[in-house]
Structures are given as structure tokens and as C-alpha cells.
Ligand binder design. Structure first.
Ligand code: SF4
Length: 441
């Protein structure tokens, strides 16, 4: 069987580098003449409240525009950029702000490109086999050609987030939550491995101008990497992308699932690389957060180093979905700020959908409706303080922390919109990190 081609190209300049990456893998060879083309960027997060670091977090507008130019040269007029950005489907202002800021409106004026907030569009239930159903955006399903443009990032739940993982933004919120299932087999990785199954043929173009360590969000470590990876075969692009991020595909559960179903090897032996040598350009991207476990408790290393004791903040697992994840970092920050140097009295915090209380705890905090439903009658719980809701209301989280003796500052939760802006200072003055990549001028 012919090998799948994956191109690995250094990003050097506008127009030229994207063109080379796509032509080296014959990326538009199967593009039908008058096709409806759907471009799926990765806009994992957006806020109107402040400027925030986007490098390695969001697909660059530079790459998007270069792809649009190529499509126009191929005579394609029906081009749609679609993304489902936010947790609250009623919030149409944030996606509109993102599309305008990223220059998608300018692409509309200049090239006739449509941009869609898929949360405002219909979803269609798709049978993925084996009794699995998810609801996908109809526009992408009905398009003739998909150009999937993820960012090159490692991810704290899925090891890497590339072409397959980027498609999670095309399903509705209920389906996204379903993907974070506590089932041992049909878990997050299993569902991600199936997301490309109903997609039209297309091209995956991994935007590695910037890459991200410990993604997916603005709190990860951003790098200027200057690479583009492209293939008409999404799994092949992802396997090469994982390798370049320093993770063997055999260690990435969703790639293992996908390769197994496709009857493909994980060692890249059925892939032909065009361009850069993968071993020479690969650089290890840490994906996980470090936690410490000892007699004094379990918690993220940063909290342990601060000297915090008496707290059991169990490590999040892959059942905690995006909406609770967004609050998790804030809760940890609130706990760090609340620490006065005196050990708390065995307070345990549980999140996600499958954790169980440890025996011997004095107080148990249940964060989110899922973990409350699972443990509300658990006999090991002495005192329970719950922040119910899906996702839980920050006010209820503050109240639960206070009831457990942790004097969290509610102001921190009220200023949540400003938090991403604080991360900008890490990159200020560094000429490698240019806002220009996220504009269409
Ligand atoms: S409570 Fe949290 S983990 Fe459960 S479905 Fe809602 S957002 Fe996801």
C-alpha cells in the first residue's frame, strides 16, 4: 500500500511556507472543483475583557489567510470558517468579537469567506458505530472538503491536541460533556479517536508557528517553533505532530485507539515524511502538571512548595470537562492566596465524574454536579460541602471553600475575566511573540 505523505516545513514567510507545506503533501489534490470548503481553526478560548496570550493557543490568522488565498487560486468561492468557542451558547458577542479581532471579517470582505459560530447553527446526531452517538455541526458534515487547522500543542488531559482533538469544537455542548465519560473503555480518548469518522475528505494543516506546552490554554508555556505539518490523512499528521512534540504516538491514547481501528502501525512506518527530519525538529513539550503526594496530603507541586498542608486536592482526571477545568485553576489560585501557614484540617477536594472520597477526611468538597451526584451519599464523607451545577457557580465554590475553613477571596472569582491578561507579561518585549500573526491586515 502507498505510504501516507506528511510534509514538515519550516515556517519562513507569509504565503510561501503554507503553500509549500500543502503542495509537498499534495494537500489539495483531491479538492473537488466547485467545492464547499470548511476551515476549522482552533479558537479554544476567547475573552472580550482583555488582551491575552494567543501564541500556541489559537490558530494564527496568518495561516488561515494563506490557506484562503490558495483556495481562491484553486477557484474555490464557497469557503466557511467555523468554530464553537464558548460554553454558553447564548453568548454570541464573544465569538463575534473573536472573529472580528482575528480578521475573519476582513477575510469576508476581501475573499467572501463566511465565518460561523457553530453554536448558533444546527447539530445533527451522528451514529459513530458501536452504539456511539454524538451531535456534530451540520455545516461541516455537509461540506465537500475540510481543512482542519489545529495548533501544535501538548494537552494536560490528552497528551497532544492536534487534528483529531480540534474536531471536538464541532460537536455540541452535551456531546462534549459526554466525551469526558467515566467509562474505562469509552472514555475521552476513545471518543476523540472517532471524531474524524463522519468528516468529509480534506487536509490537516498543523499550525506550529507557535507551539504550546501544557495546553490547551493561555496558562501553558508558549514557544516560537516555526513549523508547519500537513497531510491529507489526519491520523498521519497527528502521529507526526505528536512525535515532533516529543511524544511517541504509542503514548497518546486517542492515537492508539484511532490507529488500532484503522489497522495502522504507530511507528510511522507507513508514513513518508517530506521535508524536515522529524528527529531533528522535535522538541519535548511537557503535557502534565506535577502533583505531590505524601502523608501531609496530595496537591499540585506549586501548592506543596508553598508549604500548604492538610489539603488533599486530587489530581484532575480526563472526566473533568472544559467548563469545570476552566474553574479548576482559579480554585487552586484562591487556595494559594488563602493559605495563612496553618494546616487545614484534612480537607479533600473532588472534581470530575469518578473520584471517590478518601477515608479519614474531615471535610469533602464536591466541585460540580457530576461529582456531587456520584458521592452525595458516600459513607466515607464526614462533612460535605458541595458546589453543585454544571458548571458550578463560582459563588457556590467560594461558599464551599469557606465552609471547609479555606477563606477564599470572592473578588478573585469576580475578576475572572481579567485573569488571562495577567499572563501577557510573560511575553512582553520578546520579539518572537508577535500579535501580528493573529491579524489580517
Ligand atoms: S459538572 Fe463539570 S465535569 Fe460534570 S458535566 Fe458539568 S462541566 Fe463537566
Amino acid at each position: 500500500m502507498a505510504k501516507k505523505i506528511v510534509s514538515v516545513v519550516r515556517y519562513e514567510k507569509p504565503h510561501h511556507s503554507v503553500r509549500k507545506a500543502i503542495s509537498d503533501c499534495e494537500g489539495l489534490k483531491n479538492l473537488p472543483g466547485p467545492a464547499r470548503v470548511f476551515i476549522k481553526p482552533n479558537i479554544v478560548f476567547w475573552t472580550k475583557a482583555c488582551n491575552f496570550p494567543k501564541w500556541g493557543v489559537i490558530t494564527t490568522s496568518r495561516v488561515i489567510e494563506d490557506v484562503v488565498i490558495l483556495l481562491k487560486e484553486h477557484g474555490i468561492d464557497d469557503i466557511t470558517i467555523g468554530e464553537g468557542i464558548v460554553a454558553d451558547p447564548k453568548d454570541t458577542e464573544t465569538p463575534a468579537h473573536a472573529f472580528k479581532s482575528l480578521g475573519y471579517k476582513a477575510l469576508g470582505d476581501r475573499y467572501g469567506v463566511k465565518s460561523l459560530n457553530i453554536m448558533k447553527r444546527p447539530f445533527k446526531k451522528v451514529d459513530l458505530g458501536d452504539g456511539d452517538f454524538l451531535k456534530f455541526n451540520e455545516d461541516i458534515l455537509e461540506s465537500d472538503f475540510l481543512i482542519d487547522i489545529p495548533v501544535m500543542k501538548s494537552h494536560n488531559q490528552t497528551v497532544v491536541s492536534l487534528g483529531l482533538k480540534n474536531l471536538k469544537g464541532t460537536i455540541n455542548i452535551a456531546s462534549r460533556k459526554k466525551c469526558h465519560s467515566p467509562d474505562q473503555i469509552k472514555n475521552l480518548h476513545y471518543y476523540i479517536s472517532k471524531l474524524a469518522d463522519p468528516m468529509p475528505p480534506g487536509l490537516t494543516l498543523i499550525d506550529g508557528i507557535y507551539s504550546l506546552e501544557r495546553g490547551p490554554g493561555f496558562d501553558g508555556r508558549m514557544r516560537r517553533t516555526n513549523l508547519l505539518i500537513a497531510s491529507t490523512d489526519m491520523l498521519s499528521a497527528d502521529m507526526v505532530g505528536a512525535k515532533i512534540l516529543g511524544h511517541d504516538p504509542s503514548t497518546v491514547p486517542h492515537l492508539v485507539y484511532a490507529a488500532k481501528r484503522a489497522g495502522r502501525p504507530l511507528d510511522l512506518s507507513d508514513i513518508k515524511i517530506s521535508g524536515e527530519n522529524v528527529n531533528e525538529v522535535s522538541a519535548y513539550h511537557e503535557y502534565d502538571f506535577e502533583y505531590d503526594q505524601n502523608l501531609e496530603g496530595e496537591m499540585p507541586r506549586a501548592l506543596a512548595r508553598q508549604g500548604i498542608t492538610g489539603l488533599y486536592y486530587r489530581k484532575f482526571d480526563d472526566t473533568m470537562c472544559t467548563y469545570c477545568s476552566a474553574l479548576n485553576g482559579l480554585i487552586l489560585t484562591a487556595i494559594r492566596q488563602a493559605w495563612q501557614g496553618e494546616a487545614w484540617d484534612k480537607v479533600e477536594v473532588l472534581t470530575g465524574k469518578k473520584m471517590e472520597p478518601s477515608p479519614g477526611m474531615q471535610a469533602t468538597l464536591l466541585i460540580g454536579q457530576c461529582i456531587y451526584n456520584k458521592n452525595r451519599d458516600h459513607p466515607a464523607i464526614q462533612k460535605m460541602f458541595a458546589a453543585k451545577g454544571c458548571p458550578p457557580d463560582p459563588k457556590d465554590i467560594v461558599a464551599a471553600l469557606k465552609q471547609a475553613g479555606i477563606e477564599a477571596d470572592e473578588a478573585l472569582f469576580e475578576q475572572v475575566d481579567q485573569l488571562p491578561g495577567f499572563f501577557m507579561s510573560r511575553y512582553e518585549g520578546n520579539p518572537d511573540f508577535e500579535e501580528e500573526f493573529f491579524r489580517v491586515t
